[in-house]
Design a protein around this ligand. Structure first.
Ligand code: NA7
Length: 484
C-alpha cells in the first residue's frame, strides 16, 4: 500500500540532489579485487563494464538476498510462485487461491493486504509471531507542523540520545515497578497508539532483557489475539509459544483477517510440509492444499548474505567469505582487516536500530575517515594545513580528527587492525549477552537460514552509544585504523 509513496519519495530525493547522473541502474557488482601494488580496487559488474577505484564503498543491504526454503518439490509447482523480496509489478491475486509460507514482518503484512481480495488464503505458519497494531494512518496537520518546526532537534535526538533511533520516547521504567493495573493501562495505551518498536520499547525498559517482563508483554498480546480471533482453533494456532524477542512486528489488522471465511492457517509445527506438489502444498497429515499462487515470505539471508555470495577479495586474494567462516566480524560494522579502503554501509555488527540513522552515521563516519586521511596526505606533500571546519554534516563537529600514523603522500590506504576487529567483536558479543533476542531463532542472529552459524550480527548497545564510540575513536586519531 505504501510502496508507491516510498518510491516516489526516493525519486524526489534523487532528482532534488541530482543523483541520477551518478547512478548506474540494472548494474550488479559481481566481483572486486584489491590490488596491493596500485592501491586500487578493480570492480567487475554484470554489464561487463569494469571499474578501477581508490575506495570501494558497499551498501549491499542487510535484507536483500532472498531466502528460499529448502522444501522438497519447490521446483515442481505449476502455479505462480513469488518471493516477497522480488515482487514483480502487476501481480494479480484477485479471486485466486493463494498459499503463503512465512509470517514474519513481511508475511504478516502481505496476509493483511491481500486477504480481502483473494478467493482463498492459507498461511503456512512455522512459528507464530507477536504482532501489534501499526497505528498507521493519515498524518494530522498539527503533527506535521510539529515535525517541520522541530526537524533538526528530532533528528539529533534520534541519533544521539536514543538507543533505537526511531524518535520514540524510550521507556526508562522497569515492568515490575508499576502495579498490574498500571501495567495493563500502559500496554493498552501503546496498543492503541500502535507501532512494534513502540510497544516493545516505549512501554517498559526491560521487555527485551528480562524474561518475566517479557512474559507480561507477551501475555498481553496473547490476550488480544484470543479476543480478536473468533475461531478458537485458529486463535490457538496463532498464539506464540516462544519469547517475544524477535524484530517487533506491527500490522494493519493481521489477526482480524483470520475471521474471514476464506482465510485459514496451517500450523507447520503440527503438520509440517512434506513436499510442494504441482498443485500446491502437501502436509504430513496427507492433505494436499491446492493453490494457484505460492508466496514465499521466507525472509533473507540477512546482513552478511550479500557479501559472502560475491568474490570480494582483499589482500592476498582472501574473500570476505573466507574471512567470515566463523560468522561475520568487522570493526564498527564498516571495515574489515585485509580489505583496505573498503567501507561498508550497514555491514555486520553495525548498530541494531532504525536503518536510516544507521546509514547516515556510517556515511558520515566513512566520509570523515577518508577526508581526514586525504587531508593529512595533502598536507604531508605540499598543501597548507587543511581547514579546521568540516562540513556541517560531518560526523565530528568540533575539530577535524587526525590520523595518528604518517602518510607517504600517495592515495592513503586505510585498514582496520585485527586487534580492533577482535575488540569490536567482543564489544558486540557483550552488548547482546543479556538480550532475549539471542534466545530466539531469527535473521537478527543469523539463525533463519539452514546451515548458517548462529552469530552476533549487530551491536546491541544502542545508536547513541555507538555514535559516541565513533566520535571517541575519531578524536583519538582514528584508533583501530592504520594508514599508509
Ligand atoms: P523474516 O522475519 O525472516 O520471516 C521469515 C518467515 O518465513 C518466518 O515466519 C519464518 O518462520 C518463515 N520461514 C522461513 N523458512 C521457512 C521454512 N522452511 N518453512 C516455513 N516457514 C519458513 O523475514 P521477513 O521478510 O518477514 O522480514 C525480514 C525483515 O525485513 C523484517 O524483520 C523487517 O526488518 C524487514 P520462523 O519464524 O523462522 O519459524
Amino acid at each position: 500500500m505504501y510502496q508507491p509513496q516510498v518510491l516516489s519519495y526516493l525519486q524526489h530525493v534523487a532528482k532534488r540532489h541530482d543523483l541520477y547522473k551518478d547512478i548506474n541502474f540494472e548494474t550488479a557488482l559481481t566481483g572486486a579485487q584489491w590490488n596491493e601494488s596500485s592501491s586500487r580496487w578493480t570492480v567487475q559488474t554484470s554489464t561487463g563494464v569494469n571499474f578501477t577505484t581508490r575506495y570501494l564503498i558497499t551498501s549491499l543491504g542487510l535484507l536483500s538476498r532472498q531466502n528460499f526454503p529448502d522444501i522438497a518439490g519447490i521446483d515442481y509447482f505449476e502455479g505462480e510462485k513469488y518471493h516477497t523480496g522480488a515482487w514483480p509489478a502487476g501481480v494479480e491475486l484477485k479471486d485466486k487461491r493463494v498459499g503463503i509460507i512465512g509470517n514474519g514482518s513481511t508475511g504478516v503484512q502481505v496476509i493483511t493486504a491481500i486477504a480481502k481480495d483473494v478467493k482463498r488464503l492459507i498461511s503456512f505458519q512455522r512459528n507464530p509471531q507477536y504482532s501489534v497494531p501499526s497505528g498507521q494512518g493519515p498524518v494530522s496537520k498539527e503533527y506535521r507542523d510539529h515535525i517541520n518546526a522541530n526537524y533538526q532537534q528530532i533528528w539529533k535526538d534520534a541519533k544521539d540520545n536514543s538507543a533505537f533511533g526511531f524518535g520514540l520516547d524510550e521507556s526508562t521504567k522497569p515492568t515490575f515497578s508499576v502495579s498490574p493495573e498500571e501495567r495493563e493501562a500502559i500496554f493498552e495505551k501503546a496498543w492503541k497508539k500502535g507501532g512494534g518498536f513502540r510497544f516493545m520499547f516505549e512501554t517498559f525498559n526491560d521487555i527485551a532483557e528480562d524474561e518475566s517482563a517479557n512474559n507480561e508483554a507477551a501475555n498481553f498480546i496473547k490476550r488480544k489475539i484470543k479476543e480478536t480471533v473468533h475461531d478458537q482453533e485458529k486463535a490457538r494456532k496463532l498464539l506464540p509459544t516462544q519469547l517475544y524477542a524477535r524484530r517487533p512486528l506491527c500490522d494493519a489488522g493481521y489477526y482480524e483477517q483470520f475471521n474471514r471465511e476464506n482465510v485459514d492457517i496451517v500450523s507447520l509445527h503440527e503438520t509440517p510440509i512434506e513436499r510442494i506438489t504441482a498443485k500446491g502444498v502437501k502436509t504430513s497429515d496427507g492433505v494436499e492444499h491446492e493453490v494457484d499462487v505460492l508466496i514465499f515470505a521466507t525472509g533473507f539471508d540477512a546482513v552478511d548474505g550479500n557479501y559472502t555470495r560475491l568474490a570480494i577479495q582483499g589482500i592476498g586474494g582472501q574473500t570476505l567469505k573466507d574471512h567470515w567462516t566463523n560468522g561475520p566480524t568487522t570493526y564498527l560494522g564498516i571495515s574489515v582487516p585485509k580489505f583496505p579502503n573498503m567501507f561498508m554501509i550497514c555491514g555486520p555488527n553495525g548498530p541494531f536500530c532504525n536503518i536510516p540513522p544507521a546509514v547516515e552515521s556510517h556515511v558520515e563516519v566513512i566520509s570523515d575517515l577518508i577526508r581526514s586521511a586525504e587531508e593529512q596526505g595533502q598536507q604531508h606533500i605540499e598543501k597548507p594545513p587543511a581547514s579546521t571546519n568540516l562540513r556541517h554534516d560531518s560526523f565530528v563537529n568540533d575539530a577535524p580528527p587526525r590520523f595518528s600514523g604518517t602518510l607517504s603522500g600517495k592515495t592513503p590506504v586505510i585498514e582496520a587492525t585485527t586487534e580492533a576487529e577482535q575488540g569490536w567483536t567482543k564489544v558486540c558479543d557483550e552488548a547482546s549477552a543479556s538480550s532475549l533476542f539471542r534466545r530466539t531463532d531469527s535473521w537478527i542472529f543469523g539463525s533463519n537460514v539452514k546451515g548458517k552459524a548462529h552469530a552476533v550480527m549487530f551491536y546491541f548497545g544502542g545508536l547513541a552509544a555507538y555514535r559516541k564510540q565513533l566520535r571517541e575513536i575519531a578524536e583519538d586519531g582514528w584508533r583501530g585504523f592504520t594508514i599508509r
